[in-house]
Design a protein around this ligand. Structure first.
Ligand code: 5RP
Length: 223
């Protein structure tokens, strides 16, 4: 099985998982990335069962609209029943690294507003200790060098993601060589640097459930 086969399998499993939650007024939060794209394509088969979605990126919003699925501004909805999104890494506590697709800020906002966060990933994303994947940090452009110097003080090696502008008009620093033994503490420390918009650690608001595509089938991990 290829990695894409595993991503497709978890996308199908995620739709099966959320089907009982869908009612005519249900809003579904939708993430960003290749696994989320497969979820969107599966979700489209059931679009008559729910009201609409809130998307974590312009790219996902376009894909949803292409399927004829309504996409609402977050400020126009009262609640999001469930949020489904991929991840770049997860540990066993369902603390995540996200932001490989530069959508981390909107992803974190949608996750914060959602009753339940279902993470979907292939088995390569499950790790013992977070940090092999460079941690994305969204920064206000004028603060980029200052934030980079502060990240070095925290033990990381930040690299500017050249040519990338987020949906919010900001820049991304990818922080290499962090061994993240206390994800909640590091998430809080990085958030405290002036000029940081968001960092890609989802530990304070971790996933509630991780559906993992493995060669032996779908594995379910819960907090
Ligand atoms: C985007 C993300 C994605 O969820 C993450 O990069 C995983 O992507 P993929 O499903 O393509 O492996 O955080 O900002």
């Amino acid at each position: 099985m290829t990695q894409d086969d595993l991503k497709k399998a978890v996308a199908v499993a995620a739709v099966e998982y959320i089907l009982p939650l869908l009612e005519e007024d249900t809003i579904v939060g939708v993430g960003t990335g290749s696994t989320a794209n497969m979820f969107i394509d599966e979700l489209a088969k059931h679009k008559q069962l729910f009201d609409g979605t809130v998307a974590s990126s312009e790219a996902s919003a376009e894909r949803l609209k292409g399927h004829g699925i309504p996409v609402y501004d977050l400020n126009a909805v009262n609640s999001i029943r469930v949020y489904v999104d991929g991840a770049d890494e997860s540990n066993n506590h369902l603390h995540l690294i996200k932001g490989g697709g530069a959508a981390l800020t909107r992803e974190k906002i949608v996750a914060a507003c959602s009753e339940e966060f279902v993470c979907i990933a292939d088995e390569s994303k499950l790790v013992k200790v977070l940090g092999d994947f460079p941690l994305p940090v969204e920064v206000i452009p004028m603060a980029r060098s200052y934030v980079a110097r502060e990240l070095v003080k925290l033990g990381g090696d930040p690299v500017y993601r050249e040519g990338v502008v987020t949906d919010n008009g900001n820049s991304i620093l990818d922080v290499y060589n962090l061994e993240i033994l206390d994800p909640v503490a590091l998430e809080t420390s990085i958030d405290g640097i002036v000029g940081v918009v968001t960092n890609g650690l989802f530990a304070k608001r971790a996933a509630d459930i991780l559906l993992l595509g493995t060669k032996d089938g779908i594995k379910t991990l819960k907090k």
